[in-house]
Ligand binder design. Structure first.
Ligand code: KG4
Length: 338
């Protein structure tokens, strides 16, 4: 079905708009607030909402110009409905609703993590059943997909997300926010010399990162009290290995228990160089197909929202204009808009 979809993303600290026409990405505009939030060591929700409100119209305008598309030509307006920061989500949703009302075109609400998973389809098509490993600042989940838009969470973190753990460890080491990429860079020069806890005992597919995080914070604070030096490269390497190996061990477990044809990585932490290379090795060992998201799609963007919206448009999954955003929207409930 021929279609032009304009998608908006504003769930956290990126204001983004993308336009897809007949499955071709015409533009992918992102205005990042990361430098502003870096001064505070994390995302400040109130500031994020205010900056989205300032940026959303210029970002949409720039996307239309880059794509050389007029609003009258758009067949549907898609938007991230959740999960994310409530105030931030509202800005994108109100913009999409307004456009939908004015141009009398359908409104398509998209789940943010479904977007991250479907960013992989910019590389190649999915092969079902697949295992999506969603690793971000707010989530760490194993999602089984038997077909398009069918998400079943088979395991998840019981406490902190892996990305939050990377960020907190980076902070205690005095590295800038967001810390994941800095840990990744330091780890490249380090050796695995620190012995860290590896809470893997449970037989299910769940994860836990708070113990590892607290252990490192204590380790660094004790060293400071005793005036002992921390080797940042070695600690970054030891931490990164430990945090990522927890995922890798669980994936091996899942691959033994489920008939999965393809593995896909999704979310901000899927930019991690160690996780990417280890996951590729694992897929080869277990003879599974794998997709690693392009690095541009590991951070928030609206192109991935447009990708999901294309599928929802074909299925006529549209929302009413009284829909609200849902900061805690579960991926398994993504078709329920009430
Ligand atoms: O949560 P997320 O997908 O972004 C939003 O939805 O906004 O991704 C951000 C997270 C942060 O915790 C960041 O530190 C982490 O992804 N991250 C990384 C790397 N690059 C980003 N973690 C580990 N290694 C990286 N190279």
């Amino acid at each position: 079905m021929s279609k032009t979809i304009l998608a908006i993303e504003s769930s956290c600290d990126e204001t983004a708009c993308a336009i897809i026409k007949d499955d071709v990405l015409l533009c992918n505009v992102i205005s990042s607030q990361v430098d502003v939030h870096a001064k505070y060591g994390g995302v400040m929700p109130e500031i994020a909402s205010r900056l989205h409100a300032e940026n959303i119209i210029p970002v949409i305008d720039e996307a239309l110009n880059k794509a050389n598309i007029k609003l009258e030509e758009v067949d549907a307006f898609a938007v991230t409905r959740g999960p994310g920061l409530i105030g931030a989500l509202h800005v994108g949703l109100q913009a999409a609703k307004s456009l939908s009302l004015i141009y009398n075109k359908p409104l398509i609400p998209v789940h943010h993590l479904a977007g991250h998973i479907y960013a992989n389809t910019f590389i190649k098509p999915f092969i079902f059943p697949l295992l999506a490993i969603v690793v971000s600042g707010g989530n760490s989940e194993f999602v089984l997909m038997k077909e398009d838009l069918d998400f079943q969470i088979i395991g998840q973190t019981k406490d902190d997300a892996i990305g939050e753990c990377f960020d907190k460890v980076a902070r205690v080491l005095g590295l800038p926010y967001p810390g994941g990429v800095h840990i990744d860079n330091h780890a490249k020069n380090g050796k695995h010399t620190y012995h860290l806890p590896h809470p893997m005992a449970s037989s299910n597919y769940d994860l836990s990162y708070s113990g590892l995080k607290s252990n490192i914070i204590n380790l660094v604070n004790h060293a400071k009290q005793k005036n002992e030096e921390i080797n940042i490269d070695d600690l970054a390497r030891s931490f990164q290995d430990t945090a990522c190996n927890m995922i890798i061990e669980k994936v091996k477990h899942i691959l033994r228990d489920f008939d999965v044809k393809q593995i896909v990585l999704a979310g901000g932490v899927s930019a991690n160089s160690y996780l990417r290379s280890e996951m590729e090795k694992l897929a080869k060992d277990y003879k599974k197909d794998i997709i690693l998201p392009p690095l541009w799609a590991t951070t928030d963007n609206a192109a991935m929202i447009a990708k999901v919206a294309c599928l929802l448009y074909d299925r006529k999954v549209f929302a009413n204009l009284d829909i609200g955003s849902d900061p805690n929207w579960q991926i398994e409930d993504y078709l329920k808009f009430e």
